[in-house]
Design a protein around this ligand. Structure first.
Ligand code: PLP
Length: 411
């Protein structure tokens, strides 16, 4: 039975949640806008379907139940919910207006502060979503090279160019011929795709990190070298890694420079803004192809982004995120070991993942049971444990205590 037909999602749902959920299902397919927020996304049954408010690293559901949040609204919240300085910048801008009949000077101010923070790109344009900016980078690459094919790895958004491999009626079958998908750090597949289609590849579009895999700098270096050899553009999807792994994102962290990159989640602490950036010769392809949209110059998000960049450059945000992530990781691993729990942490500190021994494609009955116990105890996480600047050592220690109890109950 599909989620759209189900109202009795789980027996533990309170009447307030159930009633709101039933109403939402009548009017909103999935009862949400975001696949990952679907209530039955991963077999977990105790996750509340709605969150009413959030502050710092805490949030509250419709029953006022409090959670320590490790989901960061799926990534954008790097400084903590309702960061006072960011919200104040937005309030000030609201008094001047949100969108104008011509560009706002905030566009170049935000452009300068993002480019200065990133440190590698010459030019930048704004959009609204992660899917937008990846599509824009691909458009520029195709326009620049005059080629159609792409090699890709990782999730890049819902758009047609990328979701071809999925069971997704509605996407023309003919587009398939252009897309060559590989797994993260699959070196043999890289060789094969370049051998067979290297001279037709407009671009390689990859996520620099898959959070449930150990990161591979060599993977990015090999892609850089292959792109140079075949005249393809290297595009990093930095939607989640940007402003989280380092101020300059994965390209700074791994010291591999792409030709173009898409950013979104870390830019404006939850205000809707994304950006694509790159070397001038590639960005200037915008003189030949048209990328245009009405809302990308919306000023509230730009004001938020300028403030976020100021804070990133002023305070040890990334260092703190790594410290808290490592504290969590070391704590989890020692809890699992002590209890003989068949799981371990993987990935980088800003977004560790727990890997379960019985897991297939990130699905495991043990994972669902453990997470149900965690939700019951007020710990809100998903596959990646996303840390923000608002998490303090005491929040991490409280989480470890609750993980210890949850592991005991799961076994
Ligand atoms: C790496 C990556 N790329 C692209 C996207 C798509 O971003 P959006 O949902 O804003 O379109 C996501 C979203 O989860 C992402 O994590």
């Amino acid at each position: 039975m599909s989620l759209n037909q189900r109202s009795d999602i789980h027996s533990a749902m309170t009447s307030k949640n159930q009633e709101t959920f039933d109403r939402a299902l009548q009017r909103i397919p999935w009862a949400t806008q975001t696949n990952a927020k679907r209530h039955d996304a991963d077999g977990v049954t105790r996750r509340p379907p709605f969150i009413e408010r959030a502050k710092g690293c805490r949030m509250w559901d419709l029953d006022d139940k409090e959670y320590i949040d490790f989901r960061a609204a799926l990534g954008p919240i790097t400084l903590g919910y309702q960061h006072p300085e960011v919200d104040e910048a937005v309030r000030k801008q609201m008094e001047r207006g949100t969108l104008f009949s011509m560009s706002s000077p905030l566009e170049y101010e935000a452009a300068e502060s993002l480019l200065n923070t990133l440190g590698w790109a010459d030019k930048i344009r704004f959009m609204k979503t992660g899917a937008d900016v990846n599509a824009c980078c691909l458009r520029l690459a195709r326009s620049f090279t005059g080629r159609d094919h792409l090699l890709t790895s990782g999730y890049h958004g819902y758009q047609d160019w990328f979701t071809l491999g999925w069971a997704n009626p509605g996407i023309p079958e003919s587009l398939n011929q252009y897309v060559h998908s590989i797994d993260y750090a699959d070196f043999e597949a890289i060789e094969r795709v370049f051998d067979e289609n290297g001279h037709e590849l407009a671009a390689v579009v990859v996520v620099p990190v898959e959070w449930w895999r150990e990161p591979s700098k060599e993977y990015l270096q090999v892609l850089r070298q292959k792109c140079d050899e075949y005249g393809s553009l290297l595009i990093f999807d930095e939607v989640l890694t940007g402003f989280r792994l380092a101020n300059g994102g994965a390209q700074e962290f791994f010291e591999v420079t792409p030709d173009l990159a898409g950013y979104a989640k870390g830019i404006a602490n939850g205000y809707p803004l994304s950006a694509f950036a790159g070397k001038a010769e590639f960005m200037d392809t915008l003189d030949r192809t048209t990328i245009t949209t009405t809302y990308a110059g919306e000023t509230l998000s730009l004001a938020a982004a300028i403030k976020v960049m100021e804070i990133l450059n002023r305070e040890p945000v990334i260092e703190h995120i790594f410290d808290m992530g490592n504290r969590l990781r070391i704590g989890f691993d020692s809890i699992f070991k002590e209890a003989g729990f068949p799981a371990e942490t993987v990935g980088l500190a800003p977004a560790i993942t727990i890997r379960f021994e019985d897991e297939i494609d990130l699905h495991s009955p043990l994972r669902a049971r453990l997470f149900d116990h965690l939700y019951d105890r007020g710990i809100f996480a998903n596959k990646e444990w996303l840390i923000s600047y608002a998490h303090q050592p005491s929040d991490i220690d409280e989480t470890l205590e609750k993980m210890r109890e949850s592991v005991k109950r799961t076994l």
